[in-house]
Every structure is written in structure tokens, then in C-alpha cells.
Ligand binder design. Structure first.
Ligand SMILES: Nc1ncnc2c1ncn2[C@@H]1O[C@H](COP(=O)(O)OP(=O)(O)OP(=O)(O)O)[C@@H](O)[C@H]1O
Length: 251
């Protein structure tokens, strides 16, 4: 469904994304992880038309979408969420979600009806008429998911939708993400919350300093030496393994 080949972007002298290739199959729930500043958000911005790549190719649903505008890419069925959720102040939850629904529904009435359906799916059904600015952080995350879903995407890119949530809120939102996939939407997540990556995703790619350093099922990737060192620093994989030998886990 999504085929990215050798995509590259520099900011001044910094290669933020350096020759990244990956492919996402229809119906999958997969993830992109990596330490702060690894290039994950830039990668999302490149494939959804918010930044223009310096090189590489992006195909979505069999079509070349390199250089296309974000609105055209959304129309084709790929949308992203944003890390910092900014609801349109002074508008209700329903009106905020309807902004997404307008991509497919020209009439105000239809967009508002679609917004109500989507709100129900993400657990905001009882907050439709509330001012969106008064939602809690967890509510705003649900709103961001809803705005993306209201565009009726084929593939949605979630950028850290669990960041800033407490463990019980994370437990509540994980089933929402799974339900989105079960409704037929393909998902690529950027996520720092490893618990969620482990529970949700079938396959993960690890980005570090703009380059992919590992890929595979999340459990295998989390045990990979290069991945541990990218997160914790050089030499940490050996230190952790020596420590584990000294202090065997209790049976
Ligand atoms: N518009 C920009 N101009 C200049 N440098 C940028 C720009 N956007 C990102 N960068 C730099 O590119 C690198 C990758 O940033 P990016 O935000 O993609 O990383 P990330 O993996 O999403 O990080 P985080 O997990 O902290 O969100 C960083 O060094 C960042 O400072």
C-alpha cells in the first residue's frame, strides 16, 4: 500500500532523513520508533507532502505521490496526525472533527453527521457539544485520532498519539487504535511508549540519526544491540548483558 524508497531530506548540513526505505502492507499495524531527533516526524512530513524530499520515491496505492500536496495525498487516502494537538478554539468537539469530514462531505450537515459517528468510535460520543479547548490531554489525543479518521483514510500515520498520557489513559487508548485497524484502516505509528509498540504493532522499523538501523517484530528489535545502544548510549548492550548474568532473574 505504501512503498518508500531511499527518501532523503537535509536541513542545512543535517541529514534528518537519510535514504530510508520501507513498505507497509494493506491491513497492517506497524510502527516507526527511534530516539529523540531520529527523524521520525520529518519522515511523516515527507511522505504526506508537508516537506519536499531531496531524493527518493514514495508510492501510495500504486501511485507516485512525490511532490504532491498534503490535501491531494489526504484525498488519495493517507493522512497524518500531529504531535501537538491544537483544537480549533471556540469550536465544539463535533465541529473540530467535521473539519476532517469535509474532505469527503461537501455539505455541513453530512460532515457533522459523520463527525458524530467518528466521535462515538473514539470514545468522544458524550462530549460532542463541549468546547474542544476544554478537553483534557487524553481527550485531545482522541480528538486528533477522530479528525484523522473523519477523512475516511486508507492509511493513517499516528504521530505519538500516546505521548503525555498516564498508564491508565494509555490502556484506554490502545483498544481505540486496535479498533481503527480492525475497521479496515492500515496504521503506521510513531511511538515512544514501548508498551504500546509491543502490544500493538506487528512489525517495527528503528530510525537513528536519519537512518534505519533495525527492523522486525518489536520484541526482536527491542533486544537488538544497535537499538539498545541508540537509545541508551554506546557500551550499554554489553553492560546490561553482564549485569543480567550477575543478577539472574528470580524463577
Ligand atoms: N524544519 C526543520 N528545520 C531544521 N531542522 C529540523 C527541522 N525539522 C526537524 N529538524 C531536525 O531534524 C532532526 C530530526 O527531527 P525529527 O523531529 O524528525 O525527529 P523525531 O525523531 O521526530 O524526534 P522526536 O521524537 O523528538 O519528535 C532533528 O535534529 C531536528 O532538530
Amino acid at each position: 500500500m505504501l512503498e518508500v524508497n531511499g527518501i532523503t531530506k537535509s536541513f542545512g548540513g543535517l541529514k534528518a532523513v537519510d535514504g530510508v526505505s520501507l513498505s507497509v502492507k494493506q491491513g497492517s499495524l506497524v510502527s516507526l520508533i527511534g530516539p529523540n531527533g531520529a527523524g521520525k516526524t520529518t519522515f511523516f512530513a515527507l511522505i504526506t507532502g508537508f516537506h519536499r524530499p531531496d531524493g527518493g520515491t514514495v508510492q501510495f496505492d500504486g501511485k507516485n505521490i512525490m511532490g504532491a500536496k498534503p490535501s491531494d495525498i489526504a484525498q488519495a487516502g493517507m493522512v497524518r496526525t500531529f504531535q501537538i494537538v491544537q483544537p480549533f478554539a471556540g469550536q465544539t468537539v463535533r465541529e473540530n472533527i467535521a473539519v476532517g469530514a469535509h474532505l469527503r462531505h461537501a455539505s455541513r450537515r453530512d460532515a457533522l453527521d459523520r463527525a458524530a459517528e467518528v466521535a462515538e468510535k473514539v470514545g468522544l460520543g458524550d462530549r460532542l457539544d463541549m468546547d474542544a479547548a476544554s478537553l483534557t490531554v487524553a481527550g485531545r489525543k482522541r480528538l486528533e485520532v477522530a479528525r484523522a479518521l473523519a477523512t475516511d483514510p486508507k492509511l493513517v500515520l499516528f504521530d505519538e498519539v500516546l505521548a503525555g498520557l498516564n498508564p491508565s489513559e494509555i490502556r484506554d487508548v490502545i483498544p481505540v487504535i486496535r479498533a481503527v485497524r480492525d475497521s479496515g484502516v492500515t496504521i503506521l505509528l510513531i511511538e515512544h511508549v514501548m508498551q504500546a509498540v509491543m502490544q500493538l504493532s506487528e512489525y517495527t522499523w528503528v530510525l537513528n540519526q536519519g537512518r534505519l538501523i533495525a527492523e522486525g517484530p518489536p520484541r526482536a528489535v527491542a533486544a537488538d544491540k544497535a537499538v539498545i545502544e541508540a537509545y541508551l548510549g554506546p557500551g550499554m548492550a554489553a553492560r546490561l548483558s553482564a549485569q543480567a548474568k550477575k543478577e539472574p532473574a528470580h524463577a
